[in-house]
Design a protein around this ligand. Structure first.
Ligand code: SME
Length: 161
């Protein structure tokens, strides 16, 4: 088993560089997308502060379907275009939402969630999944978090589908 030790207290750029290296090492040589999503969700859950949910929804036909995650039980199916995750999947754009209550159509899986970061997972030009991170803290996710997670997902996307 891979030994992972990441310093949570270092500056964001270094923290996310370490997190990306660890995620890449976890998925290297493994082609099973579910196993890789499970380990990456666990990695983010362990090391990112202030989360109450971390996981993936996979794009299957015209829906997002719940994938590996950490946190409370969640909605299983989300229509493309619905809520924060569905908007990310429909647009291909990262959704960094400071106040989920102000987001039209937000789907409240966990009533504690206050802010959210959703990053599309793109493989061969196609959105195959989204990574969803939720926080009970308002305005928790900052531009450095978005940049770090976009980089991490870009580095491992080929092994997530
Ligand atoms: N809040 C999300 C739904 C997924 S759960 O938070 C895990 C949304 O609006 O897409």
């Amino acid at each position: 088993m891979l030994e992972i030790a990441i310093d949570r207290d270092q500056p964001a750029a270094e923290f996310y560089a370490d997190l990306t290296s660890s995620a890449a090492a976890l998925v290297e040589g493994e082609s099973d997308a579910i196993a890789n999503m499970a380990n990456v969700a666990a990695l983010l859950w362990q090391y990112m502060p202030g989360l109450n949910w971390a996981g993936f929804y996979r794009r299957i036909d015209d829906e997002l379907v719940l994938g590996p995650f950490q946190g409370k039980t969640a909605c299983i199916r989300i229509a493309i275009g619905a809520g924060v995750c569905g908007t990310a999947a429909a647009s291909g754009q990262v959704q960094r939402v400071a106040d989920v209550h102000a987001f039209p159509g937000h789907i409240a899986c966990d009533a504690d969630s206050r802010s959210e970061l959703v990053v599309p997972v793109v493989k061969n030009g196609r959105i195959i999944a989204v990574l969803d991170l939720d926080s009970p803290l308002p305005d928790h996710f900052q531009p450095a978090d978005e940049a770090g997670i976009v980089r991490l997902i870009g580095a491992i996307a080929d092994n997530l589908g």
